[in-house]
Each structure stands twice: as structure tokens, then as C-alpha cells.
Write a protein that binds this ligand. Structure first.
Ligand SMILES: Cc1cc2nc3c(=O)[nH]c(=O)nc-3n(C[C@H](O)[C@H](O)[C@H](O)COP(=O)(O)O)c2cc1C
Length: 190
């Protein structure tokens, strides 16, 4: 029952954080628990970069926004977000106090799946720990770059899988809150 509660209560994704910092120990603890996922051939191909410096995160946010705007014509999926990206007040990391970037070793065949499961575990563990978590797809353009990986100490063969922000939610969720209903989907029992 607790698992179902955590899965459903994770919604709504948190995009508004207090200024309270997250300690290295707390972030390390969450990551240590999150890696208890299955992995292809038990390769456990993940590694992590963590940024807690808000000025650094703002600089990466600016670089990401600039990159998307320069490539707007060739990246149709981002066009729906043009207004937000052009807004100088919009920080793609929502001024959160921590960013955990999950990379997977591309020499391990199933690395994207393995690391995505770690990413979802981090969402659930954050929820249980009274924290908010959000996968920041916007950040994929910058953290996949070789030069940025070098800045973060990530070897070239590691592929970006999931940039996740973490922090204390600015607002408490209402118990009844459930605005993001799941879309209907098909199950074929054959
Ligand atoms: C791969 C992926 C990329 C995402 N990228 C962003 C993002 O860049 N910015 C953002 O605010 N939310 C992002 N999200 C969060 C989704 O918008 C959110 O999960 C979705 O709207 C469903 O809402 P819920 O999480 O409250 O159920 C992303 C989620 C996933 C799984």
C-alpha cells in the first residue's frame, strides 16, 4: 500500500522550491537507495554528477535556452515551449537547490533503461523523503555535450540519461490533489 501511495502521491511534479539546501549526505543517501534497480546483465552502468551551486545551474540554464533557441527550426518538439524559453525569468531548473545528472555507460547495451529506472526510483524516494523531484528534459542539449561532460568529470563513453532537480517543495500538496489524470490506454491480453 505504501508503494502505491508513493507512486500516486509523487504527482504533481514539483517545480517550485524553497531555498533550503540539500546536504551532500542526503543526496548521496537518496542515490545509494535509488540504485537498487534491476539492470541488464547486472552491469549497473550508472554514474552521477551533482550540482548544488545555483549560479552554476543558472549558467547551464541560460546555455540550454540559448541552444534551443538557436536550433528552434530543426527541433519542432521544443517550439511549443518557445515563449517560456524566451522569458529571461524562466530558469529551466526552477531555482532548485540540487541537480542530479544520471549518465549511463554506453558500452553497456541496456544503459538507458537501467538508468531510467534509477531516475524513477529517485522520484519516489524524494517523495517519501518530503522532497520534490523533476526530470528536466530541457537540459538534455547541454549535458550531452562532450565539453560539459568534461567539466563535470564524466568520461566520454557515458551517455546522458536523466537530469533531475531535487529540493524542498515550496507548497504542501493537498491530499486530494490529482490534476494530472492518466490518459486512457490499451491493454491487449492475447
Ligand atoms: C523525460 C522527461 C522529461 C521532462 N522534462 C521536463 C522539463 O524539461 N521541464 C519540466 O518542467 N518538466 C519536465 N518533465 C516533467 C513532466 O512534464 C511531467 O512529469 C508530466 O507533465 C506529468 O506530470 P506529473 O509528473 O505531475 O504526473 C519531464 C518528464 C520526463 C519523464
Amino acid at each position: 500500500m505504501d508503494t502505491i501511495r508513493t507512486i500516486t502521491r509523487r504527482r504533481t511534479t514539483c517545480r517550485d522550491f524553497t531555498d533550503e539546501i540539500l546536504t551532500k549526505e542526503r543526496i548521496t543517501g537518496l542515490i545509494n537507495d535509488a540504485v537498487w534497480v534491476p539492470s541488464g546483465s547486472n552491469n549497473q552502468p550508472w554514474r552521477f554528477a551533482v550540482i548544488t551551486d545555483k549560479a552554476k545551474m543558472k549558467a547551464y540554464s541560460d546555455a540550454s535556452k540559448k541552444g534551443w533557441l538557436e536550433n528552434l527550426a530543426t527541433t519542432p518538439f521544443i517550439q511549443q515551449y518557445e515563449k517560456a524559453i524566451r522569458d529571461p525569468k524562466y530558469n529551466i531548473f526552477y531555482n532548485s537547490p540540487a541537480l542530479v545528472i544520471i549518465y549511463g555507460n554506453s558500452e553497456s547495451y541496456w544503459h538507458v533503461y537501467d538508468c531510467s529506472m534509477v531516475a524513477h526510483n529517485l522520484h519516489l524516494l524524494a517523495e517519501e523523503d518530503g522532497l520534490g523531484c523533476c526530470w528536466i528534459g530541457f537540459a538534455h542539449n547541454i549535458f550531452a555535450e562532450s565539453a560539459v561532460k568534461k567539466e563535470l568529470g564524466i568520461p566520454e563513453e557515458y551517455q546522458l540519461v536523466a537530469p533531475l532537480i531535487l529540493g524542498h517543495p515550496a507548497k504542501k500538496k493537498a491530499i486530494s490533489e490529482n490534476p494530472n489524470k492518466r490518459k486512457p490506454f490499451e491493454i491487449n491480453f492475447v
